[in-house]
Each structure stands twice: as C-alpha cells, then as structure tokens.
Design a protein around this ligand. Sequence first.
Ligand code: CP
Length: 312
Amino acid sequence: MRHFLSINDIDSLSNWVAEAKTLKEDPTRFHKLGRGKTLCLLFFNNSLRTRLSTQKAAMNLGLEVMVMNFGNEGWALEFGDGTIMDRGTSEHVKEAAKVVSQYCDIIGIRAFAGLSDKEKDEAELVLNGFKKYARVPILNMESSVGHPLQALADAITLTEQSIKPRPKVVLSWAPHPKALPHAVPNSFVQMMRLRDADFVITHPKGYELNSAITKGVQVEYDQKKALENADFVYVKNWSSYGDYGKVLSQDANWMMTQAKLGKAKFMHCLPVRRNVVVEDVVLDGSQSLVIEQANNRTYAAQVVLKKILEAN
Ligand code: CP
C-alpha cells in the first residue's frame, strides 16, 4: 500500500515537481482517475490551505471528498495498547481506523505536535495509529514532525521562481508569541537536501532543529550574514527543540524586514502574523511568493493523490 507520510516517500523530487507543473497546466486532465473513489480528510487541528487545496486537488482528479473536524466533533480517540479506557477517551484507533477505511479509499490526517512530550510527538501516535490499523493509504496533511505537502509545494515554487540552477536559499527563524511545532521547517530542510542549492539555516542559539534532520546543513547564527546574497528567504517560527516546545526568545530583531530581505524573494507557508514574523511591506510587495506557495499546495496534493491512486 502506498502511503504519503513524509518527504522520504518522494522517490524523485525533480520528477514529482515536473509532474506537478504539468498538472498545473491542465488540472483536470486525469479527472477520470478518481471516479467512484472517495478521499476522507480528518482534521484534528485547524486549517485553511491544507483543507481547501487538498479538496480542490481531489476534485480535479474526480474523487469524492468527505471532511471531518475530528478534534471538535469526533469521539476522543485512544492510541495506547491495552489501556483501561475509563478516562477521557471514548474510542480506540483500532476500531476508528478500520471503520473509516470502509467509507473511503484514502484517509488524509492532520494532527499537530502537542509540544509537551517530545517522545510522544515523535512517535506520531495519530498518523502511525491510522497507518497501522487503516486498510487504505494514509496522506499526511501535517503531523507532529512533518508537513510534506507544504514542502512539496515549496519545491514547486522554488523551481518555478529560480533563475539560477543553484540559488541561495535561507531558512530564517522569526519571533512568534506562541510555541509552534517543527513540522514545516523539518520538511522544508528534508526537501532542500534533495535539491541543488546553497542552503543555510539561521536562528538564535537554542533553536537548533533535530540534528538528525539538519545533519550536514550549514547553520549561521548571525542572521545578517546568513542573508547575504540570498535569492530566497523562507521565514518561519518554531519553538525550541532542545528545550522542547519552549519559547526562548521573542526578539523582534529577528522579524523579516524589507531592508533585510534586499532583492531576495520572500517565502512563508502561512498563516503568518503581520509585523511580528514579517513586516507588512514585505508581504504586500512584489517579492512575496506566499500566495503562489498556497496556490501550489493544490498541485502538490494532486501529484501525491495521483500517485496513491495509481499505486493502489
Ligand atoms: N500552510 C498550511 O498548512 O496552512 P493551513 O494550516 O491553513 O492548512
């Protein structure tokens, strides 16, 4: 069974990006592929882009779509083995995953990190629970540790916007009042490792990402130095990984400004807090790629769904 759980499920990034670009030119070309099949999207957390772009991608392929806000409306699920369920959880993933599998052909899941227990988050209880017990392929719509649909969309955007074969791409941490997960930067780093680029990560000390993911990638603690001659600046907040889930700094000096951006293109996965993460003039200016990144979420989801349908 072909699942799409992480960037590691992409066998050739350049081929997938090329296929996504072809789909973008003629989105309904394969509208018969999903005929008579159903995609079920389970949201344990909020979404705008993922929810709508994945539905749009499915519709382009002729799939029917069912969406459930599991976090608010579903029974509280249990994931532990042998648990005496006399507390808050009402239904075990063993039954839930098998039941949902009877109603659809692919299950999409969004389940963020809780950011209080690193071991639990890295076990990916929701995603792996459904993977273990479902009888249909699973699509990761952002899990505790990865957001591969976003990273694939970002790869499409970088390819479309690059005028150099080897651009300089900087992943720059930004301040944020809330503790945010590591899923987006993790998958962006994993994706960048599959591309030819001069890639640099910059963040304050204490914000090092999981070294298993960043191994071999240049980290520059001086943001100004990191941004020199950048072609693309991907801005994102994340909480501390070492001091797990903590906000160690809200230093406004790390906010992206037009002066710092220079001539580089600005990228962010959205949603973004204006004048905290990035100043208005950048988002409103012609160097911002955020709307096109969101547009490419449809074609990233479409290429993934197409491959799942073809393989199963
Ligand atoms: N970038 C992204 O995943 O957006 P949503 O959280 O709105 O789906």
